[in-house]
Design a protein around this ligand. Structure first.
Ligand code: IFM
Length: 744
């Protein structure tokens, strides 16, 4: 059995950025990087806020980091004692950091060797899952001599930014409660933090001054080996939450301080236990896999925007500002299944974000000359596309390179339609359709319809000049994944249009829309979509059974990934685009045809699926964390558990193991990998356990890895929660009240 803790016993400045992600705590409203209290922006400290974006100058828009209420450091006998590579003369006797990922509690414990003896600083902290605005930290200080201690603490508003600074105004106050009221540059949002301290031993509390920090200190002389506890509480509110966030932050802080650390911690843990009740996956016989998988799920829980109706999950979660805090197809295609199967109400919220941003998608479609809804490749609030036309900098010329992710990754809209269809099918709840989902599907279908191309002498429709999931090959024709997903969008749109219930329902905006109210328009759309569904070109396997990823793929240079890597003139060179080393070869960045096969394994006979897996896996760089899980999932479907297992492990340990890409030149590009975490869940449940749903039934066809002696988990299907147990290939599926048994 696992202990639900990860620990690091070494202080190594080189790991600070990676550990910031690995030891992250969060509650969907904010994410706090796993950094130490004495750290500042140089060590990439961040209290990253969900759904608030800001732009300064020519930099790209990015999410806002709130002032850090966990800031604090020790002064012993008038010497500052911090664990930082630039802190001179500080000696560290022992040090560890630990994350309890069952409950999102981060602990650090450091024993410093100072002039007169040893002093230990231990602190445990969390951002509450019970009240998402609240954070609390308990610090214990103990010295083996009569130390003259000053503990300086408060709110650090000098926050880390990639493209900032985002705060034009920072009002700092330390009268009574500590407060910071900061105002963002672009939209004048207020970000307000208040903080309170509690200690129950004789001490002196004084104000402290440092630029852009609201600080106080607690001073005392220690008894030998006596432990002194200091509790701190803070609350964060912004003008997206309420009208007077600073007042709300103060009220909340006073209230939570009154309750005290232990009570808050109990409530926080209770909230986490509720989440685990149906989401924990128990794997007997392989603790490493159980740890990696549940640690991945911990990350998904920590970033789920349960508190809001109109937020989704960013590609790097709440671990900072990389990828602009934007929402990609990652959410619908990789993350959604976990929530669908464990907390469908969260899945619904994630999709509602897309329904709410439909107007942004329609605007983007119109800008590119299409009808319907072309969703943002990198979506921020309102569906604004944060993706730039020049997303990569050329390492040789240092010039921005024209990339086409924003204009050509048209498969994004199909992911939204797919997610709405999947939610409706899995839950049996069609409320999303009547709350704007039907309209969204139709608009996505209209988009693809307007993008179809037909040669004069041909009867088939094509999608030309696109980018598929494999981003190294830009502007290709008839990417199989894209065409197949567009076909599915037409199918969903036909189903919606043929159902009276959805066509007689008013659309989300309440406006009269033609396909709802005008029979002729509805009929015309139906005819168009049926025609498109029938005639859209879906690439077929060639004589060797291989499905070409796009037109002409077969004639590209057939070399190994290693050969392509050896051609790099600079290790940071971009592999794709016009001159990329992979562009003229068959080497691909990430699962593409295989992502199609993962979504639609029954499109072909199993032999074809297996042959394509074998063909493409060799040619895949796995340069995206979205790749390994799709290969693992398809391997499972082909009965290739052994091949799947290392790829599953790679996905499940994306944030646990070292080695992820963290820097592009001087720009930090690291962060957590929620899509990989969601993908690992898909592999475990849909792959190894072999769960799928058909005709109102749950089917379970396990092919567990060899050490997994038993696997137990829950899945929600059609409004009922089921417990699934797999042992020695015997399967039981029972609803949680143990009333009905599902025949598996
Ligand atoms: O959405 C992905 C894309 O498929 C590959 N590059 C990173 C994006 C965000 O995770």
């Amino acid at each position: 059995m696992i202990d639900w803790k990860i620990k690091d016993n070494l202080y190594n400045p080189d790991n600070v950025a990676w550990h910031g992600n690995k030891f992250l705590t969060g509650n969907g409203y904010m994410g706090v990087r796993g950094t130490l209290e004495e750290y500042t922006k140089e060590q990439l400290v961040a209290v990253n806020l969900a759904g608030m974006y800001d732009k300064v100058g020519d930099g790209w828009r990015e999410p806002v980091n709130a002032p850090n209420g966990f800031y604090g450091y020790l002064v012993v006998d008038d010497e500052i004692v911090k664990l930082q590579d630039n802190a001179e003369g500080v000696d560290c006797e022992e040090h560890y950091i630990e994350l309890d990922y069952r409950h999102g509690v981060f602990t650090r414990c450091t024993t410093f060797r100072v002039f007169r003896g040893n002093i230990t600083l231990k602190s445990s902290r969390f951002v509450s899952m019970d009240n998402v605005h609240a954070g609390a930290i308990k610090t214990e200080i103990c010295a083996d001599f009569h130390a003259d201690v000053k503990y300086v603490f408060g709110i650090d508003a000098d926050v880390w930014d990639i493209n900032g600074p985002h705060f034009d105004i920072i009002k700092v106050n330390n009268d009574g409660l500590l407060t910071v009221d900061a105002v963002t540059h672009e939209k004048n949002y207020n970000v307000s933090v208040a903080e309170e301290v509690k200690s129950d031993f004789p001490c002196e509390i004084k104000d402290e001054e440092e630029l852009n920090k609201a600080l106080k200190s607690v001073s005392f002389i220690t008894d030998v080996n006596k432990v002194y506890e200091i509790e701190r509480f803070f609350a964060v509110y912004t003008s997206l939450d309420c009208d007077r966030p600073i007042e709300k932050a103060k009220e909340d802080t006073a209230r939570i301080a009154e309750a005290g650390f232990d009570k808050l911690l109990d409530k926080h843990k209770e909230a986490w236990e509720k989440l685990w009740k149906y989401s924990e996956v128990i794997i007997e016989g392989d603790d490493k896999s159980m740890e990696a998988l549940n640690y991945s799920l911990y990350h998904l829980h920590s970033i789920a925007p349960r508190h809001a109706d109109n937020l989704s999950i960013a590609a790097r979660g709440l671990s900072g500002q990389t990828y602009k805090g934007a929402v990609f197809w990652d959410t619908e295609m990789f993350i959604l299944d976990f929530f669908l199967m464990t907390e469908p109400e969260v899945a619904k919220k994630l999709i509602k974000y897309r329904i709410d941003t439909l107007e942004g998608a329609k605007k983007k479609a119109a800008e590119y000359g299409y009808d319907g809804a072309f969703y943002a490749w990198e979506s921020q609030e309102g569906g604004v596309d944060a993706c730039s036309d020049y997303n990569v900098t050329d390492v040789f010329t240092k010039r921005p390179m024209r990339t086409y992710f924003k204009d050509k990754q048209i498969h994004i809209s199909s992911a939204i339609a797919y997610a709405i269809g999947k939610y409706t099918h899995m839950t049996g709840d069609d409320s999303l359709l009547t709350e704007g989902g039907a309209e969204t599907i139709i608009e996505c279908a209209k988009f693809y319809y307007s993008a179809l191309i037909k040669k004069v002498n041909s009867d088939r429709y094509e999608l030309r000049d696109v980018i598929g999931p494999d981003e190294y090959h830009e502007r290709v024709d008839n990417n199989g994944y894209t065409n197949r997903m567009a076909k599915n969008t037409f199918r969903l749109a036909i189903e919606v249009l043929e159902n009276e219930k959805y066509t007689s329902h008013s659309c989300k905006s309440g406006e009269q829309i033609d396909w709802l109210n005008n029979e002729n328009v509805r009929e015309q759309l139906l005819t168009q979509f049926k025609d498109a569904f029938d005639k859209i070109y879906i690439p077929k396997p060639d004589s060797d059974g291989i499905i070409p990823q796009f037109d002409g793929y077969e004639s590209l240079e057939d070399v190994t990934v290693e050969e392509v890597r050896s051609r790099l003139l600079d290790p940071k060179e971009y592999w794709g685009g016009a001159y990329g080393v992979a562009s003229h070869t068959k080497v691909i960045k990430q699962a593409d045809v295989v992502t199609w096969l993962a979504m639609y394994p029954h499109d072909f006979e199993m032999k074809i699926v297996e042959d394509n897996w074998n063909y493409y896996e060799k040619r895949t760089e796995h340069g995206s964390s979205l790749s390994a899980c799709m290969y693992a999932l398809v391997a499972c479907k082909c009965g290739m558990t052994e091949e799947a297992f290392p790829l599953f492990t790679k996905s499940a340990t994306a944030d646990l193991a070292p080695g992820g890409k963290e820097w592009a030149g001087l720009v930090y590009i690291g962060g957590t990998h929620p899509a990989s975490a969601g993908g690992a869940y898909m592999v475990a449940v849909e792959g190894f356990a072999g769960v799928d749903f058909k005709d109102g039934k749950i089917n379970v066809n396990p092919r567990l890895p060899k050490n997994w002696t038993k696997m137990t988990f829950h899945i929600s299907y059609r409004k009922t929660m089921y417990r699934v147990e797999i042992e020695d290939n015997n399967v039981t599926v029972k609803d949680v009240d143990d009333v009905n048994s599902m025949i598996a």
